[in-house]
Ligand binder design. Structure first.
Ligand SMILES: NC(=O)c1ccc[n+]([C@@H]2O[C@H](COP(=O)([O-])OP(=O)(O)OC[C@H]3O[C@@H](n4cnc5c(N)ncnc54)[C@H](OP(=O)(O)O)[C@@H]3O)[C@@H](O)[C@H]2O)c1
Length: 316
């Protein structure tokens, strides 16, 4: 099968299109014929070796953790899926080796879900990693509930685009940071207020919007953004970070809780997200499609940190 691979950690030039062995599903696994794989910042971080100490890996590595496609086979014990089903999944496995920038990938059936019926493969591939990250951060770690106020950083990004919509669908008031050119986009997703972090201090803007403080900060940027964010929370509030908690020492005077999330595969939560999409409450982030052989370019654009929405690799 065709796949993008790399044989050593390094720059985008290490990515090459290759013929590699087609995988077969083990017990309790599904074989997915991948139609589209979306690109996430973690893909270039892995390529550069930034996660080498977090996960076991083996070269050559096929990058990519997001897939939408068609079930092409099932392993022993799989009853929930059949050949021909349209599915999507966040395909992170215990070892970094066989990713989704490929014509086929295998994944544990429990992490796979039927694609939302109203989406095509490209749109569906934008959902799993970012959707599960937003879901687990807002609801599992952040305990967000109706009537609460939340600040979502980087609302125009892949994670932020879905986080805004999930928070609104849960009945929260949503403030988000984005540069001015993205304000109509994030407001179109439901944000109650957009703060241009390049022109004003977001702390001042949030304090003006919510003088009594807010309930939850979703930190998708880290460092000084995390440090400043503690000032926006009410006592007893929560900051959930998907970057790290390197600034959590700053939290103590504010009497707030901190939590770090590293997104886990979860087919059950993907089904819940699919239901919101089918019901029209949530739509995919804006995305651009490019062919698989331009994966290096896609990762370099992701690396700038200023892509609006997502980039999708077309594999078929
Ligand atoms: N721990 C986990 O499980 C987990 C899961 C998913 C993602 N992540 C990490 O979370 C981060 C965000 O992921 P993503 O997929 O959403 O990335 P992304 O799609 O690449 O995010 C890009 C967006 O970030 C915005 N942005 C950049 N700097 C900003 C700042 N200082 N303040 C506000 N917005 C800013 C940009 O908007 P403007 O152009 O408007 O600035 C752009 O739209 C990445 O570092 C990723 O690796 C972690």
């Amino acid at each position: 099968m065709r796949a993008i691979v790399f044989d050593a950690f390094g720059g985008p030039g290490n990515l090459r299109l290759a013929e590699v062995h087609k995988p077969s599903p083990a017990a309790n696994e599904v074989l997915i014929e991948v139609h589209c794989a979306s690109v996430n910042p973690v893909d270039w971080k892995i390529r550069e070796g930034m996660l080498a100490e977090l996960f076991p890996y083996e070269f050559p590595i096929v990058p990519g953790w997001d897939a939408a496609g068609v079930v092409a086979g099932t392993g022993k014990g799989v009853t929930a899926f059949h050949v021909g089903d349209k599915v999507f999944a966040y395909c992170r496995k215990p070892k970094v080796q066989h990713g989704t920038y490929a014509e086929y990938v295998t994944m544990a059936a429990e992490a796979v879900a039927p694609m939302p019926r109203n989406l095509d493969f490209a749109a569906a591939s934008t959902i799993p990693l970012t959707g599960l990250t937003a879901w687990q951060s807002l609801f599992d770690a952040g305990k967000l509930s109706a009537g609460q106020k939340v600040l979502i950083h980087a609302g125009a990004g892949g994670v932020g685009s879905l986080a805004i919509q999930f928070a609104k669908s849960a009945g929260a008031t949503v403030f988000t940071t984005a540069r001015g050119r993205n304000h109509s986009y994030v407001k179109g997703l439901g944000a109650d207020a957009a703060i241009d972090y390049t022109r004003e201090k977001f702390v001042d803007a949030v304090r003006a919007l919510a003088p009594g403080g807010i309930d939850l900060v979703f930190d998708t940027v880290g460092k000084h953004v995390q440090r400043e964010s503690y000032k926006t929370l009410k006592r007893g509030g929560t900051l959930v970070s998907i970057i790290d908690l390197s600034e959590s020492g700053e939290a103590e005077p504010y009497g707030v809780r901190t939590s770090f999330v590293f997104v886990s595969p979860n087919g059950g939560q993907l089904r819940e997200i699919a239901a919101l999409i089918e019901g029209g409450t949530v739509r995919p982030a804006e995305y651009e499609e490019i062919p698989l052989d331009r994966a290096a370019e896609a990762q370099e654009r992701s690396r700038t940190g200023h892509v609006r929405g997502k980039i999708v690799l077309n594999i078929r």
